[in-house]
Design a protein around this ligand. Structure first.
Ligand code: FMN
Length: 272
């Protein structure tokens, strides 16, 4: 038996019976369409007889990642009103790929806060955030690569929502590294800051089994639209960037690309 067949048999042995039926259906559809993504698509559909398979992710008890050993930089309070109302921001929103440096720390902090910030408490004590989230599990994490931000040294940071602060992961200017990771998209390298959204898949997978991989994309989409709309309201420029070399980005962020997955980059700058 070849290595692939052996792996496949092992996979079957850890899948619940009904999920094996779904796998068969998915493989048939993958063959019919030529698209292997159909396998996952069928495995993660729900119907009255099928509630998805089980996953055994590592325990993730917290709603946010934190880096206790890393120096924390408090962010200024977010801008509370900009004069652009929500409906206007929605209709004016555009992907903007030219950036003027620098941006202010308050502008950057406002983008992070409106993207994934804590805005309240749920009845069970967990946080509520600016973005809706399947099961309120809130998998989205935000990192920042800063190169020209007033009052912030060049470096790679993690946003810590409960304290509205940045945790310093690495010092140095990573703009050109990110540009290369984003398939040489120049606008990524030229931005004074790039917000990187990841999803802690393990958080969502602790509840939703095979469907979780869908949910983390929906959750991140909402947080990403928050970035677009906050940038619009603040007169800043941004674009969602989904083309990047996953493994290289994971190495830069020091994440595993399995239980935490990179989702989108958002270069941020002032408008020309
Ligand atoms: C999931 C996703 C991935 C995207 N990836 C890129 C990208 O890698 N580079 C880029 O310049 N724009 C990217 N975009 C932006 C789209 O090109 C843009 O939204 C589209 O052209 C429509 O323009 P609008 O946003 O101004 O309405 C992406 C958008 C989405 C939603």
């Amino acid at each position: 038996m070849g290595a692939l067949e052996s792996l496949f048999r092992k996979l079957l042995s850890v899948m619940p019976y009904q999920a094996r039926e779904r796998l068969e259906l998915g493989l048939e559809d993958a063959l019919a369409t030529g698209d292997p993504a159909m396998v996952y698509h069928r495995l993660s559909e729900l119907d009255t007889n099928y509630y998805g398979g089980d996953l055994r992710p590592p325990d993730v008890e917290e709603y946010y990642k934190s880096y206790p050993g890393k120096p924390r930089i408090p962010l200024p309070p977010p801008v509370k009103a900009s004069g652009v109302d929500a409906l206007e921001a929605i209709t004016r929103r555009r992907s903007r790929r030219s950036y003027v440096s620098p941006i202010g720390l308050r502008e950057l902090g406002s983008i992070l806060y409106y993207a994934v910030g804590v805005t309240g408490r749920a009845w069970w004590g967990g946080p509520k955030r600016t973005y809706p989230s399947a099961g309120a599990l809130q998998p989205v994490e935000a990192y920042v690569s800063a190169s020209h931000v007033e009052g912030l040294g060049p470096g790679l940071y993690h946003y810590h929502p409960p304290t509205h602060s940045l945790e310093t992961l690495k010092k140095g200017n990573y703009s050109r590294t990110l540009e290369r990771i984003a398939l040489d998209q120049e606008h990524v390298g030229e931005a004074p800051a790039v917000v990187i959204l990841t999803a802690v898949y393990a958080r969502t997978a602790s509840k939703y089994g095979y469907r979780s991989y869908r949910y983390i994309h929906w959750d991140t989409g909402f947080a990403g639209e928050n970035i677009y709309l906050a940038a619009e309201a603040l007169g800043l420029a941004t674009v969602a960037v989904g083309a990047f070399y996953d493994r290289q980005l994971c190495r830069l962020l020091d994440i595993d690309c399995t239980w935490e997955i990179p989702m989108l980059l958002f270069p941020i700058g002032r408008r020309p």
